[in-house]
Design a protein around this ligand. Structure first.
Ligand code: 3HC
Ligand code: NAI
Length: 704
């Protein structure tokens, strides 16, 4: 049914319109925000091509999109729902076989199904600065609309393999050099569509059906990629299937696409696909917070207090985002150390091509200020405190900030565990106080927990989220509790690991099991990296209030008593030297001694049991964090673990994993483990309720 559209255009449906301009038939797509190839786009585009092919006088068709980008892929929200005709692969074949030549104009990010549509057109023009890519692998699938067959025909097998298995987009220049597009142009997509159509008609642009081309056989590239992926991504499913699909490109295009479809369906059915798509949406869901409509305060200058591990990383992240930073420390030595670390971090950014040398010099000369006096922060719009994890030190600092900072300065603490309400209460302006919990290294890690205290203003929360966007980080809203979302849950499941260590599993065995599950590092590697002294301090802080019923494992404390704090001291659970790392025999001796002292006869653990206990512990505390309202939704907890704790992305996060395991099975496990330790293993009420009603955490996410 034609719909109302701007002058000259005829609406095919709500999202596709056509326009006739002399011998050129223009097709415009308009499906905000990213022109995803939804059912309406697919059916509208099919109909538009059909209509223009049959229109007298139309000799060439030009396809372009309105808004911020050409098609950015299939509509991911339609995955898992009954498929609606026409499917994208059929549409691509239909476009390619059109009797009237079709040129498309790409702008923004032409991704996945968008690039597959483009590769089916007879010529491609990309606007300057635009990007193209096939990111399906990051969602656990493969390009399923001819991408694995047409990309090798245009760019060669080796380039297509790289692109498809990495999912990384490339700029228009690189796409041109690789033959994926035919030209780069400047201007408005409609204008370029019109001029490109005329060029195609005049023979100034190549007019080819990609499916008619052949890809030069390259068995060496295929073998090399298989070898590389076997090593780098042994746990992932879809990258290997991508290679199988590309290998089929020696077949005629329609036959190759049948093989591609078969492999695509396998990926679609894989639990990894569900996990990776959940991860994709989790990063976007976390921005939906009650304070989203508040206006963020303007941040043009930032003060960072403490130039240690975290302060220097936070300062680097902020400087790299283009904001000026004033760093304060206790003394000149502290400042010198902080500035040296920041300089090293910036040098690293230069090496990785993220920053020019001139950019680094400018930051150091003009954007980074230093002082040993908190008074230097009087004009800052935001101050982030990152001093020792000691309430007394933090209270002193916030009292001083209250006196010296201008009205409206956002006062943030990077504390890992301490009570933001207590910190806020030391000031006369608790509405301005918030937790901004960065993760180490702060200029690399993407997670930022925005910790909202009882009196934190909505605009201050919005400012925390706006800062995260500026720093290209993923902000997750957390309430106040000991350790907030992430560290609180980690503290709990770390105990499950310690109990297994005490009862017979070695740290290496536990680490290996969790790495095999997909974690970037096992819990003892993490502990050694973070510094055992940090948890030692927390253990001492909690000692006075630790309930008598709680089983306490002092093994890490014993290591600390020897001065073994992990990586930073060359040994902890592992030894670190020029030969890399290996289990520390002295740590193993301490474990044996502690077992003996406690009268524990060590038993053996299978990898499955280790994973089961570890994950069940993690999920049970995650559910309590949810019950208490510390996290807004299950998906927020998933986002924290995916972005801050090396949780395997293909498993979607702890509460997505809980749905995979099933609430009933989790309750059963907890009840079984509780027979040994009823204090530690308790079934959270919410988990029992979900198990009894047959619900899921996904349903809670959908309700928001
Ligand atoms: N389908 C459905 N919704 C999508 C989408 C898609 N392909 N891509 C983005 N969106 C949604 C987002 O969820 C978000 O929704 P929200 O506002 O309700 O949270 C909105 O569009 C805007 O997205 P972003 O916030 O991510 O916007 P950015 O400007 O930061 O990024 C982007 C734009 C680079 C296009 C990014 O969204 C992206 O990477 N999208 C996914 C691209 C992709 O993976 N495409 C392949 C899809 S699979 C496929 O094509 C299969 C085929 O081979 C058969
Ligand atoms: P650190 O010990 O490396 O650095 C702390 C710095 O603060 C030192 O350089 C010290 O000189 C300085 N400092 C102490 N008192 C000061 C004062 N009054 N004025 C100015 N500077 C002062 O500690 P780290 O690891 O950087 O931790 C800082 C904070 O960040 C702590 O609250 C910690 O819990 C938190 N945090 C730590 C993480 C980590 O992985 N190390 C991760 C996330 C948060």
């Amino acid at each position: 049914m034609p719909t109302e559209t701007p002058a000259g255009e005829t609406g095919i449906n709500d999202v596709v319109s056509i326009e006739i301009n002399g011998s050129v038939g223009l097709i415009a797509l308009d499906n905000p925000p990213v022109n995803a190839a939804s059912h309406a786009i697919r059916s509208g585009l099919w109909q538009a091509v059909e209509t223009l092919q049959q229109t007298d006088g139309v000799e060439v068709i030009a396809l372009y999109a309105k808004g911020r980008t050409f098609i950015a892929g299939a509509d991911i929200r339609e995955f898992g729902k009954p498929p609606l005709d026409p499917w994208l692969p059929e549409l691509c074949n239909f476009i390619e076989s059109a009797s009237t030549p079709i040129v498309c104009v790409l702008h923004g990010t032409t991704l996945g199904g968008g690039l597959e549509v483009a590769m089916s057109c007879h010529a491609r023009v990309a606007l300057t600065g635009s990007k193209v890519g096939l990111p399906e692998v990051t969602l656990g699938i493969l390009p399923g609309a001819g991408g694995t067959q047409r990309a090798p025909r245009l760019a060669g097998i080796a380039t297509a393999l790289d692109m498809i298995t990495s999912g990384k987009p490339m700029g228009a220049d690189e796409a041109l050099a690789n033959g994926l597009i035919d030209r780069i142009a400047e201007g408005d997509p409609r204008d370029v569509a019109l001029s490109s159509a005329k060029d195609l008609l005049a023979g100034d642009l190549p007019n080819r059906k990609t499916g008619d081309l052949t890809a030069e056989p390259d068995p060496a590239a295929i073998e090399a990629m298989r070898t590389k992926l076997a090593k780098s991504q042994p746990l992932l499913f879809s990258p290997h299937k991508c290679v199988d699909a590309v290998e089929a490109c020696h077949l005629p295009v329609r036959d190759g696409m049948k093989e591609e479809r078969r492999l695509y369906e396998e990926c679609m059915a894989s639990p990894q696909r569900a996990g990776l798509i959940h991860a994709f949406f989790s990063e976007r869901a976390v921005t939906k917070i009650p304070e989203a409509t508040a206006t963020a305060r303007e941040i043009n200058s930032v003060g960072v207090i403490g130039g240690g591990t975290m302060g220097s990383g936070i300062a680097t992240a902020i400087l790299l985002a283009g904001l000026p930073v004033t760093l304060t420390e206790r003394d000149q030595d502290g400042l010198d150390r902080g500035v040296a670390t920041i300089t090293r971090n910036l040098d690293g950014a230069v090496k990785r091509g993220k920053l020019s040398e001139a950019g680094r010099d400018d930051i150091l000369a003009a954007k980074l200020g230093t002082s040993t006096d908190l008074g230097a922060l009087s004009d800052a719009d935001l101050v982030i405190e990152a001093v020792f994890e000691d309430m007394g030190v933090k209270r002193d600092i916030f009292q001083t900030l209250d006196k010296v900072c201008k009205a409206g300065t956002v006062l943030a603490s990077n504390t890992s565990y301490l009570d933001i309400n207590e910190i806020a209460a030391t000031t006369s302006r608790p509405q301005d106080v918030i937790g901004l919990h960065f993760f180490s290294p702060a200029h690399v890690m993407r997670l930022l927990e925005v910790v909202v205290a009882d009196k934190t203003g909505a605009d201050v929360v919005a400012t925390g989220f706006a800062l995260a966007r500026k720093l290209k980080k993923i902000a997750v809203r957390s309430g106040v509790c000991d350790g907030f979302i992430g560290n609180r849950i980690m503290t709990f499941y770390k105990k499950a690991a310690d109990y297994m260590m005490m009862d017979g599993a070695s740290p290496e065995q536990i680490d290996t099991a969790m790495r095999d599950f997909g974690f970037a590092m096992g819990p003892y590697q993490v502990a050694d990296l973070a510094g055992l002294d940090i948890s030692w301090a927390a253990n001492k802080r909690r000692a006075a209030t630790r309930p008598a019923e709680e089983r306490y494992i002092p093994i890490a404390d014993r290591l600390c008593e020897n001065g073994w704090f992990g990586r930073k001291t060359g040994q902890g659970f592992y030894i670190y030297d020029d030969q890399g790392s290996r289990p520390n025999p002295e740590a193993l001796a301490i474990i044996d001694a502690e077992r003996e002292k406690a009268g524990v006869t060590p038993r053996s653990f299978t990898e499955d049991e280790i994973v089961s206990r570890f994950m069940t512990a993690m999920i049970s505390e995650a559910v309590r964090v949810l019950e208490e309202g510390i996290a807004l939704r299950p998906i927020d907890i998933d986002a924290v673990f995916l972005n801050g704790y090396g949780f395997p992305r293909f498993r979607g996060g702890p509460l997505h994993t809980a749905d995979v395991i099933g609430a009933g099975e989790l309750v059963r496990r907890i009840e079984e483990y509780a027979k040994e330790d009823a204090y530690y293993w308790k079934v959270p009420a919410l988990l029992r309720q979900i198990a009894e009603t047959g619900g899921t955490f996904a349903e809670m996410n959908a309700k928001g």
